[in-house]
Design a binder for this molecule. Structure first.
Ligand SMILES: [Zn+2]
Length: 251
């Protein structure tokens, strides 16, 4: 019934008057003002993340950006996949330039719980990743998607859990999907919608590294406000303001 849900969702999108997912302005799904909320690049630092690979978010998980992510992910507004994918593409181009990466990527969507994916009519980051890959490939950056990670059904919803609980919840529960990994030597970026404690990203990176497919970077649409560094691509070293070292709970 997946095709039916997709079709009905598309039909509803056509019938309902369009409003911006960020500010409710009529006539557009995602207005230019709200798009600025996902138009930056923040280097994300969390106690669970090592210095490599670099982890970035396009915006803060608040205001218009948070509303758009939730509208897409939880309220079934699938037409937002297009603008959200555009933001990912823009961010990936900047990261590629900053680090001198190859213009050829494998996008690995952060895993969803199977039950949540079914409720949402498909893995939400996978849909965005395919759109982003198509746009990059069309512009001469050969890019593919490897939907190779899944969260075990025993993992609880991460919402409402603190850092320690999230790590315990996910430990060993991000699983590899055999036969779906990118080829060896592929340049991989893990793509996600929101980084909070980074428990999902850290577990995903560990699984990728364990199978010999280490990621070159992580790119998330949003990250909860923490002491992250805003990157100014025009600065000599690509850095903006500096932050004190991240606070380690209990440390
Ligand atoms: Zn708006």
């Amino acid at each position: 019934m997946h095709w039916l849900a997709e079709g009905l969702s598309g039909l509803v999108d056509l019938l309902l008057p369009l409003h911006c997912a960020g500010c409710r302005r009529a006539g557009t799904a995602w207005c230019a003002d709200c798009a600025r909320e996902l138009g930056g690049l923040h280097r994300v630092a969390r106690p669970l993340l090592g210095p490599q690979p670099p982890v970035y978010a396009l915006g803060r998980y608040r205001g218009a950006a948070r509303r758009a992510v939730l509208a897409y992910k939880e309220a079934g507004q699938r037409h937002l996949a297009a603008p959200l994918a555009e933001h990912l593409v823009t961010g990936l181009r900047v990261i590629t330039a900053l680090h001198g990466f190859d213009r050829s990527w494998w996008l690995v969507p952060a895993p969803s719980r199977a039950i949540a994916a079914r409720r949402r009519g498909g893995a939400h980051m996978t849909r965005i990743a395919h759109r982003a890959a198509a746009a990059l490939t069309a512009s001469g950056w050969p890019t593919a998607v490897a939907d190779c990670l899944v969260t075990a059904s025993t993992a609880a919803d991460q919402a409402g859990l603190d850092t320690v609980e999230r790590v315990a919840n996910l430990s060993g529960r991000v699983l590899a999907r055999t036969g779906r990994f990118p080829p060896r030597g592929a340049q991989i970026v893990l793509v996600d919608d929101v980084i909070t404690t980074a428990a999902t990203a850290a577990s995903s990176l560990a699984v990728l590294a364990a199978v010999g497919s280490g990621a070159a970077a992580v790119l998330s649409l949003t990250a909860t406000a923490d002491c992250d560094e805003r990157v100014d691509p025009d600065a000599p070293n690509g850095r903006g303001n500096s932050c004190p070292p991240p606070h380690v709970p209990g440390g």
